[in-house]
Design a protein around this ligand. Structure first.
Ligand SMILES: [Zn+2]
Ligand SMILES: [Zn+2]
Length: 539
């Protein structure tokens, strides 16, 4: 049996477990195992036969049993049985309507339908009332729910900053290390893991179960446990013997595809030794997404950043004054900070008119006097109007040191129109940077249709930089888009879009996102001194 076939059966099993309302973690575990098997370089059936399949990441004794059955008999009996009983799309529809899997199956039997489509037809024909236990009231409710049926919502991960707080807190409480999606700084984290070291795991497992963050432990064996938080988020704890800590960390950190391509992993006490034994250079966690055995580039570091080029003050929707923001930036060791408040078209909050911009200049001059040699730059986050014009007159923009151009309203424009709109704005000679280019809000709003390839070309032509916005719900450009931007020769800027003094701390999130896009310091404009950034340095 081929790896792909085995993986498909495990995926099918996971889908039916989900529909059957089994423990969601179990279904996830099967999905992850399927992914690992799909990416495994050697035949998994062999590993099963030789009893070594548990060397693969995420394969515990339960899944091993299923795999043995599958390899030996060609089928998983329970899966075959579930498939006979549940028509997946029908049960999915039932769950959407608020019915249990069991009730959905009863309903389907009573109506003699096999698929979701047949159920909809039967309902439309007024046949729901034939089902014992469904009166006119319930029928009306079901019909209403069917009429408003929308696309099922995809599963949502945790935003990176919340995931860090949660997993980092658990790791600190157990003297362990953060692993999983969080250690790779994924923008939305689903696979949460902590790795601890102990010769005697039971004490660590017991402490894990008692942590205030963990409300229940749903899986446990000798060396690992899965706990869930109040919000129902599963977190895996791996307890490694000291001489295998490095192996456990590599396995719990990389994506399934990345780890599978390195398997079988040698046992070693630290990651460097694991990589050394594999004869592969150590790889920063941010790059452990796709299989990679090469020499990683020298990625940009938070300490390379010399200033922040996007923040707000009380002049628009920020919470601190110009001087307070400047002082806080100076305390972070920066050399400069650009004040980029909003313009009126932003709508929801107050924006600066041309007059306001000129009045703000006085406050910025005073802050510069107080904070010298630190520099506060006169900037703006200028809205790009639907027709591509900017929200302030050209002569006002030309006075400023740093102009961010931003699309706020109208993110749903079609691709050609949106691209033309942004192109038009970027051709204004005062514009230095495009803010949050794809306009996404993680888990809430999809990316806009902007043609990034075209924008990267234009960026190269005009010298406009692309922002990597560090707000945890934006992280825009994303790591993948950063990589494309750099490949196209465009420059990026790591910014926080801070609306408070604390918000300046989101620089870490921006920098790690750039690192996920393979950015070096040379690719990031604000690793440069002020003279190379501002065309005419402020007086
Ligand atoms: Zn903005
Ligand atoms: Zn902003």
């Amino acid at each position: 049996m081929e790896n792909a076939q085995i993986a498909d059966r495990l995926d099918a099993f996971a889908a039916l477990l989900e529909l059957g309302e089994a423990n969601p973690y179990t279904a996830r575990a099967y999905r992850r195992a399927a992914e690992t098997i799909r990416g495994a370089p050697s035949p998994v059936a062999e590993l099963v036969r030789s009893g070594r399949v548990r060397d693969l990441r995420g394969i515990g004794p339960g899944i091993e049993g299923r795999l043995r059955e599958l390899v030996e008999t060609g089928e998983i009996a329970e899966l075959a049985e579930l498939e006979r009983e549940l028509a997946p799309d029908l049960v999915g529809l039932g769950r959407y309507l608020g019915l249990s899997a069991k009730r959905s199956v009863q309903l389907a039997r009573a109506l003699d339908v096999r698929t979701a489509e047949e159920l909809r037809e039967a309902a439309a024909a007024g046949r729901l009332r034939e089902v014992p236990g469904i009166g006119p009231k319930v029928e009306a409710q079901l019909l209403e729910a069917l009429a408003s049926e929308a696309e099922p919502r995809p599963r949502q991960g945790l935003l990176l900053h919340s995931a860090w707080e949660l997993v980092g807190g658990i790791a600190a409480a157990l003297d362990g290390s953060v692993a999983g999606d969080v250690r790779r700084w994924r923008d939305s984290c689903e696979q949460l893991a902590v790795v601890c070291v102990a010769a005697e795991p039971s004490a660590v497992l017991a402490r894990f179960a008692e942590l205030p963050q963990i409300v229940a432990v749903i899986e446990q064996d000798e060396h690992r446990a899965v706990g869930v938080t109040v919000e129902g988020v599963p977190i895996e704890l791996v307890v490694a013997e000291p001489q295998r800590l490095g192996t456990a960390l590599v396995r719990a950190t990389g994506s399934p595809a990345y780890v599978a391509a390195l398997e079988p992993l040698p046992h070693a006490a630290d990651e460097e030794a694991v990589y050394g034994a594999l004869d592969v250079p150590w790889c920063p966690p941010e790059l452990r997404e796709q299989p990679f055995r090469g020499v990683p580039p020298a990625l940009v570091e938070p300490a390379d950043i010399r200033g922040d080029l996007h923040c707000h003050t009380t002049w628009s929707d920020g919470r601190a004054s110009v001087e307070e923001m400047g002082r806080a930036a100076r305390e972070r060791g920066y050399e400069y900070l650009a004040i980029c408040d909003h313009t009126p078209a932003v709508g929801a909050v107050q924006g600066l008119s041309a007059d306001d911009v000129r009045r703000q200049a006085e406050e910025i001059a005073a802050a510069n006097e107080a904070l010298a040699p630190f520099r506060v730059l006169r900037g703006i986050e200028c809205d790009i109007l639907p027709d591509g014009r900017l929200d302030l007159p050209d002569d006002v923009l030309a006075e400023l040191d740093w102009v961010q151009a931003s699309v706020h309203g109208g993110q749903r424009m079609p691709r050609a129109e949106m691209t033309k709109r942004v192109e038009e704005a970027l051709r204004n000679p005062s514009v230095r940077c495009l803010s949050h280019p794809k306009g996404r809000m993680i888990n809430r709003r999809p990316e806009n249709a902007l043609d990034l390839e075209r924008i990267f070309e234009l960026a190269l032509e005009t010298g406009v930089a692309l922002e990597v916005n560090g707000l945890p719900n934006r992280l825009d450009l994303s790591g993948g888009h950063v990589r494309d931007a750099i490949a196209a020769g465009a420059r990026i800027v790591c910014s926080t879009d801070a609306h408070s003094v604390q918000g300046l701390g989101n620089m870490t999130l921006s920098v790690v996102t750039a690192r996920r896009g393979w950015a070096t310091a040379a690719d990031v404009l604000n690793t440069q001194p002020l003279e190379s950034i501002v065309r005419s340095p402020p007086r």
